[in-house]
Design a protein around this ligand. Structure first.
Ligand code: GLU
Length: 585
């Protein structure tokens, strides 16, 4: 991180744990959490508050989320006791083909950074449609009202903190290549100064237009025209020699975009009901399969080493199956139910030994043919996905709960800001596999027209006896899955409180030889004990923080005494913000 000259202003104070009643919000940013709480105080419900929080994150976390991206929304409706989801994933344009990420001049996949920094990687945004759908189906407020706190925030600005500066610094080089992005995020050609006020009047205007005209201003109107122009003709800075490929998106692609109302994934874990996101996200099936595997073992704090060993091995196996089977179910037959079958998990659990470690890549098994679970073979390698994205949770005084993860994929997305509009476009289409899994198996996640790239987002809600107990999720690419899984194991099996479960050092195994680990874990006695069993750890890659981190969770617990506990990260990403409407109430 570059030395940060400081100016005088300070961001509002924040807490990582808040307990009380009347509704709760947790997110990675204090301004965003406050926007959600403001809406709850004005009589809004959890859905209104989730949209308000997300719109505010589009202002203060513009490199992770915003109307140029997509996400997945999970909702517990107190009156019916039902869990529903909205799949607001970005889709590929109609002109996208399985080999669209192949360079015709070389016949090889386009180098990954070139794909990221391009119009080609921009998927049709799903976030505005998600907000519209959620408010229409379950909210009480108009989009205009739900967007109000965020619009004010964009207009008046927020105080730049170390995190925002560091995330800008990480992107500085590529931001300079796009004139609209440099103009907005590198004011006067420099990194934003810590303690200064960062304003985004273009975004305030865009939010006002969406409030006036509805989300169709983006899907069928002026904002959409600007999006398409930016994708097809990325505004490369004059004099820059960066090679920025144009994209394939048209106005027709925007007009055709729809969110999907899908059944959530469901599994049980030690008597709890765990709901999450179905494909096109791999979150629900992979967290669910790993939990089902773990249910075959007794895990407890009394033997933390064995508990962590089993957690790592379950992750290894579940990722092997994820990579082989999960993609957009509209394009291939994704065995969602079979991946979540207890019988399949029991077969897979027989691979795990308490005294040795599996060799990755572990081969996938076919969930449609249970009984093959112990077969060993060759697996496929999982590509690294960096940390980005953002997660929020909300609840209200009526007992409704939202768990919502949204993203523009890489921190800083495609680096293309829509000129005059104040928001970045995603690079979500780089979540597709660029090449077939093997010569015989094309795999479920190759690009295709109108297709949704496989995600790892896992907005999760856990019920106990039919009532909410936990809501949680995290950013972090494929490590989202392990962060949600580890937090659940910490809370349910290892006897930690939710704040302890979130704060605990993270390790992430995704069917690779090495397990990514946070520094605090690398210094722990468990590390040595697990290495004796054959586990191998490496420090998690550094992203934009001085210290390597895995994920940045936001969570809620509904306590036995009727109060709600909102939990944010105490340290990761500079610390999150948890608030309740009536503290201690
Ligand atoms: N594109 C990722 C996904 O959908 C999220 C981005 C990230 O968290 O790195 O899983």
């Amino acid at each position: 991180m570059s030395a940060a000259p400081a100016s005088g202003l300070k961001p509002p104070a924040k807490e990582s744990v808040a307990t009380g009643s009347g509704g709760a919000v947790s997110s990675v940013n204090v301004y965003a959490t406050r926007a959600g709480i403001e809406v709850l105080r004005h009589g809004g419900n959890a859905v209104d508050a989730a949209v308000a929080t997300a719109a505010a994150l589009g202002v203060v976390e513009p490199y992770s989320a915003g109307i140029g991206g997509g996400g997945y929304f999970t909702y517990y409706h107190a009156r019916t006791g039902k869990i529903s989801t909205i799949d607001g994933r970005e889709t590929a344009p109609a002109r996208m083909k399985p080999d669209s990420f192949t360079d015709p001049s070389t016949g090889k996949p386009i180098p990954f950074p070139e794909a990221v920094n391009s119009g080609l990687s921009v998927g049709v945004p799903g976030t505005p449609a998600t907000w519209r759908k959620a408010l229409h189906d379950w909210g009480t407020m108009s989009p205009a009202k739900a967007l109000r706190p965020a619009t004010r925030l964009a207009q008046h600005g927020f105080v730049v903190n170390d995190e925002f500066r560091a995330q800008t610094a990480l992107n500085e080089k590529r931001f300079r290549n796009i004139s609209s992005t440099a103009k907005l995020f590198l004011p006067n050609g420099e990194l934003p100064v810590v303690g200064s006020r960062f304003r985004n009047p273009d975004l305030a205007r865009t939010y006002r237009q969406l409030a006036r005209e509805g989300m169709n201003a983006l899907y069928r109107g002026e904002i959409g025209r600007d999006v398409v122009r930016a994708v097809q003709h990325p505004p490369v800075t004059p004099g820059s020699d960066a090679k920025i490929r144009p994209g394939l998106m048209t106005a027709g692609d925007l007009a055709k975009y729809t969110t999907l109302r899908q059944q959530p994934t469901h599994t049980t874990y030690r008597g709890l009901d765990v709901y999450s996101m179905a494909p096109s996200s791999s979150g629900g099936t992979t967290v669910g399969e790993a939990l089902n595997i773990l249910e075959n073992f007794h895990l407890s704090a009394a033997d933390k080493v064995q508990a962590l060993h089993h957690y790592l091995e379950a992750g290894r196996i579940a990722f092997a199956d994820r990579n082989r089977w999960v993609g957009d179910p509209a394009f291939s037959d994704v065995p969602t139910e079979q991946l979540l079958a207890k019988k399949f998990a029991k077969d897979r659990a027989c691979l795990i030994s308490p005294t040795t470690t599996l060799t990755s890549p572990v081969a996938p098994a076919d969930p449609r043919r249970p009984g093959d679970g112990c077969a060993q073979g060759t697996g496929t390698k999982e590509r690294y996905e960096g940390p980005s994205t953002t997660h929020l949770v909300t609840s209200d005084r009526w007992g409704n709960v939202v768990s919502y993860t949204l993203t523009i994929e890489q921190t800083g997305g495609s680096a293309i800001t829509v000129p005059g509009r104040g928001f970045l476009l995603n690079n979500e289409l780089t979540d597709f596999d660029f090449t077939p899994l093997s010569e015989d198996v094309p795999g479920p996640n190759l690009p295709g027209p109108g297709k949704r790239p496989r995600s790892s987002m896992s907005p999760t809600i856990v019920l106990q006896d039919g009532r909410p107990l936990l809501a949680l999720g995290s950013p972090g690419g494929a490590t989202i899955i392990t962060t949600v899984l580890q937090t659940l194991v910490n809370r349910v099996d290892l006897g930690m409180t939710l704040p302890e479960a979130v704060a605990a050092p993270r390790i992430s195994q995704r069917n690779r030889a090495d397990t990514d680990a946070e520094p605090a874990f690398l210094q722990s006695p468990e590390r040595t004990a697990l290495e004796r069993l054959g586990q191998h750890f490496v420090e998690a890659p550094k992203a934009f923080t001085p210290s390597p981190e895995i994920g940045a969770a936001a969570a809620l617990e509904f306590l036995a005494d009727g109060r709600t506990q909102a939990v944010a990260e105490p340290k990761r990403r500079g610390g999150g913000s948890a608030m309740v409407v009536h503290p201690n109430g």
